[in-house]
Write a protein that binds this ligand. Structure first.
Ligand SMILES: Cc1cc2nc3c(=O)[nH]c(=O)nc-3n(C[C@H](O)[C@H](O)[C@H](O)COP(=O)(O)OP(=O)(O)OC[C@H]3O[C@@H](n4cnc5c(N)ncnc54)[C@H](O)[C@@H]3O)c2cc1C
Length: 299
C-alpha cells in the first residue's frame, strides 16, 4: 500500500468519502432521500454503484442502504399481476417456483445476468433503476408490460417500464424517489418466451440481446412483444417489429421484415463489444433466435 502523508492507513479508501445510512422502513428511506437531496443515492446490492464509486464516476455524499427494509423483499401475486419487491435478488428470481411457473422468462433472464456471485446480491430494483442500457432486466420489463412502484416526496405513483428510460443513466426517477416494487401482468397461459443474449464470455454484459413473449392461435401469432438490450442509449421496446408479426405464421419473409424493423430502431455504440453495425446485426440475430424459441415453447 502506498503511504499518503497525513492519512491514516484505515482512512485510505478508493471512493470519495460518504456517509452511510441504514433505514428500516420505506417511509424512513424516502424521508432521508428527500432531506439529503441530490447528494444521496439508494444502495441496493451495490454491484453497479460501488464499482462506479471506486472509479469515481459516481461520488454520492450519502448512501442510503435499503438492506434493512423487510418490506422491499418478496414475490407475491396481486390479482392477475405478480409484484416483486425491489430488494429481491436476481438469485431469488431464478429460484422462485411462482415465477418459473407464471413468468419463466424472468428465470431465463436472471440466469444470464452476470455470474452467481453477482446474482446473490444484485437486486431487481437496482437492475431496473440503474438506467444502464447494458442491464438485462429493463428490456425484459418493457417486453412484459411491467410497471414500477415509486415512493417519493409527493407520495406513491406507478411508472410504466416503457416510459421509464430516457437516456443512458437517466430515468423517470426524481431525486428522492425510491423504486419499491415491480408489477408484472401475468402473461397468458401457454405463452411462448425467450431471452437470447450474445456475450463475449460468462458474466459479461450483452453485445446485443432480445426478449420475446408471444401467444399463438390456430398456427398464427395472436400477440407479440419484443424488448432489446444494449443496442441503444436505453433499453428498447420494438413495437413496430412485433406488430408486423401479429397474424403471421412466423414465416421466414415476415420474420425478416420484423427483424429489419427492430434493427432500424437500434443505435448502439461502437465499443469493446464490437462496431455499431455488427451490434445492430447481432440484435437481429438474437431476435430471430428468440422468435424461433418462443414459437417452439408456445402452446
Ligand atoms: C462483474 C459484473 C457483471 C455484471 N453483469 C451484468 C449483466 O450481465 N447483466 C446485468 O443486467 N447486470 C450485470 N451486472 C450488474 C448487476 O446486475 C447489478 O447488481 C445491478 O445492475 C444493480 O443492482 P444492485 O442491486 O447491485 O444495485 P446498486 O448497485 O446498489 O444500485 C444501482 C443504481 O440503482 C439505484 N438504486 C438501487 N436500488 C434502487 C431503488 N430501489 N430505487 C431507486 N434507485 C435504486 C442506486 O442508487 C444506483 O444508482 C454486473 C455487475 C458486475 C459487478
Amino acid at each position: 500500500m502506498i503511504a499518503v502523508p497525513g492519512r491514516r492507513r484505515e482512512d485510505a479508501v478508493i471512493p470519495e468519502a460518504f456517509a452511510y445510512h441504514r433505514p428500516t422502513s420505506v417511509q424512513e428511506a424516502v424521508g432521508l432521500l428527500a432531506k439529503l437531496g441530490e447528494e444521496s443515492r439508494p444502495l441496493a446490492g451495490g454491484h453497479s454503484i460501488i464499482p462506479m464509486m471506486k472509479l469515481r464516476l459516481a461520488s454520492p455524499a450519502h448512501l442510503v442502504d435499503l438492506a434493512g427494509i423487510v418490506a422491499l423483499k418478496g414475490i407475491r401475486t396481486d390479482g392477475n399481476d405478480i409484484v416483486i419487491g425491489a430488494m429481491t435478488t436476481q438469485h431469488e428470481l431464478a429460484g422462485s417456483d411462482l415465477l418459473t411457473t407464471k413468468i419463466p422468462l424472468l428465470r431465463e433472464t436472471s440466469l444470464q445476468v452476470a455470474d452467481p456471485q453477482v446474482r446473490y446480491v444484485g437486486t431487481l430494483g437496482g437492475n431496473v433503476a440503474n438506467g444502464d442500457p447494458g442491464n438485462d432486466m429493463p428490456a425484459v420489463m418493457m417486453c412484459l408490460g411491467a410497471s414500477y412502484h415509486v415512493a417519493g416526496k409527493a407520495g406513491e405513483r406507478r411508472i410504466a417500464a416503457r416510459d421509464f428510460y430516457q437516456a443512458a443513466y437517466f430515468t423517470a426517477l426524481e431525486p428522492g424517489d425510491l423504486l419499491t416494487a415491480v408489477r408484472i401482468p401475468t402473461p397468458a397461459a401457454g405463452h411462448g418466451y425467450a431471452y437470447e443474449k450474445l456475450k463475449r464470455k460468462i458474466g459479461d454484459y450483452a453485445t446485443a440481446a432480445a426478449a420475446v413473449v408471444l401467444t399463438m392461435s390456430g398456427g398464427k401469432v395472436a400477440s407479440c412483444s419484443i424488448g432489446l438490450t444494449n443496442v441503444g442509449e436505453t433499453p428498447l421496446w420494438a413495437d413496430e417489429a412485433a406488430k408486423i408479426l401479429v397474424g403471421s405464421a412466423l414465416d421466414a419473409a415476415t420474420v425478416k421484415k420484423a427483424v429489419a424493423a427492430a434493427e432500424a430502431i437500434t443505435a448502439p455504440a461502437s465499443d469493446a463489444r464490437g462496431p455499431a453495425q455488427y451490434r445492430t446485426k447481432m440484435a437481429g440475430v438474437m431476435l430471430t433466435r428468440a422468435l424461433a424459441r418462443a414459437r417452439s415453447r408456445a402452446r
